[in-house]
Design a protein around this ligand. Structure first.
Ligand SMILES: *Cc1c(COP(=O)(O)O)cnc(C)c1O
Ligand code: SF4
Length: 348
């Protein structure tokens, strides 16, 4: 068995062990666990010192997950409605999601696809072939986002088959993979995997990171392997109350990413997923964070901060306001320090 598979099978799903370790009420955790099971990489669990740790809240079940809030949904992004086949979701004209894996290295408590923890969806060879033929037949597509679950939990051989199938569609110009493995299962990023990935350039990998503490030595090495393999790395972060809803933490996270050759791409406002109310922040917090990054940190450290609109509207930016007034072709702006400057526009 490959080493990463051993590490994965050693992930902690035993709620009693978790309750014991942190001295939490077992019965309540069992209730949560029966609705939304847990899976915590052993290396994460070992690094958590107390329930205040930013790693803790991301992975340990919380009774708050069972508080029913009617405004929250099982499928907030309208993915069921936008489904084109078992494994294809398309909302935009030129790009689609290709959901190739139902497995994850960790079950993140705030996950948008949390409804699937209990019965991780089984993706059959037939589903994959149908997805590939959808991609083949839709020549308006030029960008395929391979996601899941976590696509990098598939075997090298199967991943190779999927990537080859997508590449065979001549109209597909770029392939993207979304994964959390470098942070939760860095052992997965083997030389053999990079060899497979390298064959399918231009390939972009967007990696999920939420806190600077997620960068261990092994994680940094995994990122280096991917970057040295010539793969362009981007990031995705979810804004989470009690984890990273703090401008200083976000600034440090963005810098950690850049130091590891990962270009910050998106910060998402937490989706309206049933069972994640306790992670939500007001939008004013999102604006505070984006304002704290712009100008105070390099433009490289400024990802798009977006809301993925409920119901499947797609992503829209939570913009900070810099334009104060527009008067006779003279636009009054404030800069990052709050100083005012005039920009003279020209007529159309
Ligand atoms: C997020 C998403 C995309 C990709 O959006 P980008 O802004 O291009 O990164 C594509 N399709 C779906 C359904 C999505 O949710
Ligand atoms: S790795 Fe991604 S898909 Fe998997 S549980 Fe975490 S957020 Fe959800």
């Amino acid at each position: 068995m490959e080493k990463w598979k051993k590490v994965l099978s050693g992930a902690v799903c035993d709620i009693e062990e978790i309750a014991r370790k942190f001295d939490l009420p077992l019965e309540e955790l069992q209730q949560v666990n029966s609705v939304f099971p847990c899976r915590i990489p052993r290396s994460w669990l070992e690094r958590i010192k107390s329930p205040r740790d930013p790693l803790f809240k991301q992975c340990v079940p919380d009774p708050a997950e069972l508080i029913a809030d009617q405004s929250l949904m099982n499928d907030p992004l309208g993915e069921i409605r936008h489904r084109k086949s078992e494994v294809i979701v398309q909302k935009y004209p030129d790009r689609c999601l290709f959901l190739v894996s139902g497995e994850c290295g960790m079950y993140c408590r705030f996950c948008t696809r949390k409804r699937k923890f209990r019965q991780p969806f089984i993706i059959t060879q037939q589903d994959i072939e149908e997805g590939l033929s959808y991609i083949q037949n839709h020549t308006n597509l030029r960008d395929v986002l391979i996601s899941g679950g976590d696509p990098l939990l598939l075997d090298d051989e199967f991943l190779d088959h999927i990537l080859a199938g997508v590449r065979a569609a001549r109209h597909i110009k770029i392939i993207r993979i979304g994964t959390r493995t470098p942070g939760v299962l860095p052992e997965r990023i083997t030389g053999k995997l990079v060899k497979v990935l390298k064959k399918y350039q231009p390939l972009y990998i967007n990696i999920h990171f939420n806190h600077p503490d997620e960068f261990t030595e092994k994680t940094c090495l995994a990122l280096k392997r991917l970057a040295d393999g010539g793969i362009v790395l981007g990031s995705q972060t979810v804004l989470l109350k009690g984890v990273n809803d703090d401008p200083e933490v976000m600034r440090q996270l963005m810098w950690k990413l850049l130091e590891n050759r990962v270009r910050p791409y998106y910060i998402f406002v937490c989706d309206l997923v049933y069972g994640t109310e306790h992670f939500r922040t007001p939008l004013s917090k999102a604006r505070e964070i984006i304002t704290a990054l712009r100008g105070w940190s390099s433009g490289m450290a400024n990802p798009h901060l977006v809301i993925d609109l409920p119901g499947g509207g797609g992503k829209v930016p939570v913009n900070a306001e810099y334009l104060l007034q527009a008067d006779n072709g003279k636009l009054l702006y404030k800069n990052y320090c709050g100083e005012e400057y005039i920009y003279p526009d020209i007529e159309e």
